[in-house]
Ligand binder design. Structure first.
Ligand SMILES: [Zn+2]
Length: 387
């Protein structure tokens, strides 16, 4: 193939993916597709005929008002492209099969067995993926606690998860699996998920913050994931007190040492003597006007707001999306965070910033991993599954 022919083929594939992505959001007429893409009507017809022939699109007639000719719209069939997602956690994993929109079609969850070796874990994940797979599988996404090198699939040293340290996860998993496989830090996977299927869909600059046993975050800037030189987004290790306790990372007063849920619960117990086992427990009691738990919830808001103001002053984001344990009955906490951020943020008079809790989903980790592969598909990096 000549360079010119390769360019033309790449452009055609790019246009095809752009049309699929548009139709994933809503059915459109050919004229509307031409208007939005800037392609000629003839080009749109050639591409949409190919996609209709492959069963990716179908045509429906929609009434456009009494006495008017019905409008013919193209509708996407999201199940013509399937994806596998695996969310590997410190306590186990969930593997699942999703469609192009991230809807779960099937899934399997397994706990990590004490003493399990890396090879046993990989063997178990692989056999579940083989059970879940389907001829239309187009890509496989794997989410793991970071840090990871997404381009090589090498996991570095995620805290408290020595089982997967320095493992080439892509090499270990790919084997006989039927499609391309990508490894991603689970916070960045969730960021991709929020962009495609969550609160970030209309945004071009936002941060996802996961607060549970630790604090993870992912940045989406200028319409794409932001990695910096490789490992950007370590919000948990942004210092909120230079005289604070020494962190395992080498710095002092890192946000994670205050605002990760076990740290906060520990402080709450020490201060009040109350036995508060979980974040949900603390929130329930705060809603019942338990003064110690209310104080602890405000303390959490203080810590998070201090970290968020620094990030917002640096990057001036449109939104911060909280996920993890903090999405339990989040209104009280969100109100406390928003008022603190609003008092201190430099751009507060210029524009608002949204601080929201992500919509809870029980298999969000798996769906986020699948979204990593869906994102690669839309970027033209997956093989086309329909011969
Ligand atoms: Zn640190």
């Amino acid at each position: 193939m000549t360079a010119k022919a390769r360019n033309a083929a790449a452009m055609k594939a790019g246009n095809m993916l752009e049309i699929i992505r548009m139709l994933l959001k809503e059915p459109l007429t050919r004229a509307e597709i031409a208007r939005r893409t800037g392609l000629t009507r003839a080009a749109v017809t050639i591409i949409t005929e190919r996609l209709t022939g492959d069963g990716v699109l179908r045509e429906t007639s929609v009434s456009s008002g009494a006495g008017k000719t019905p409008v013919r719209q193209l509708v996407l069939c999201p199940r013509r492209f399937l994806f596998l997602g695996v969310d590997i956690r410190r306590d186990g994993y969930t593997a699942g099969l999703t469609d192009l929109g991230g809807a779960t079609l099937d899934r399997r969850t397994a706990a990590l067995v004490p003493g399990q070796t890396f090879e046993q874990l990989i063997g178990s994940v692989k056999s579940d993926l083989i059970r879940l797979t389907h001829p239309l599988v187009t890509g496989i996404g794997v989410g793991v606690p970071g840090p990871v090198e997404p381009e090589t699939g090498l996991v570095l040293n995620p805290p408290n998860f020595g089982l997967i340290w320095n493992q080439d996860l892509r090499l270990a998993l790919q084997g006989d699996l039927p499609a391309g496989l990508w490894i991603e830090n689970n916070a960045l996977a969730r960021t991709v998920y929020e962009k495609y299927a969550g609160l970030g869909q209309a945004l071009s600059a936002f941060m996802v913050v996961i607060v549970d046993r630790g604090i993870g975050s992912g940045l989406y800037l200028n319409g794409q994931l932001y990695r910096g030189a490789g490992f950007a987004g370590e919000l948990g290790h942004l210092s909120i007190d230079r005289r604070g306790p020494l962190c395992a990372c080498g710095s002092r007063g890192c946000l994670e040492n205050y605002a990760a849920v076990p740290m906060l619960l520990g402080r709450c117990r020490a201060r009040t003597g109350a036995v508060v086992a979980t974040w949900a427990d603390l929130v329930d009691r705060a809603y019942q006007d338990d003064s110690g738990c209310l104080e602890a919830l405000r303390d959490e808001a203080d810590c998070l707001a201090q970290g968020l103001v620094s990030v917002l002053n640096l990057l001036d984001l449109e939104a911060v999306i909280l996920t993890g344990d903090l999405t339990y009955q989040p209104d009280l906490l969100l109100g406390e965070i928003r008022s603190r951020v609003q008092q201190a943020r430099m751009a507060r008079q210029a524009h608002d910033v949204r601080i929201e809790a992500a919509k809870p989903r029980s298999d969000a980790g798996m769906a986020s991993a699948a979204m990593v592969a869906i994102d690669r598909f839309f970027r033209g990096q997956a093989d086309w599954p329909l011969a």
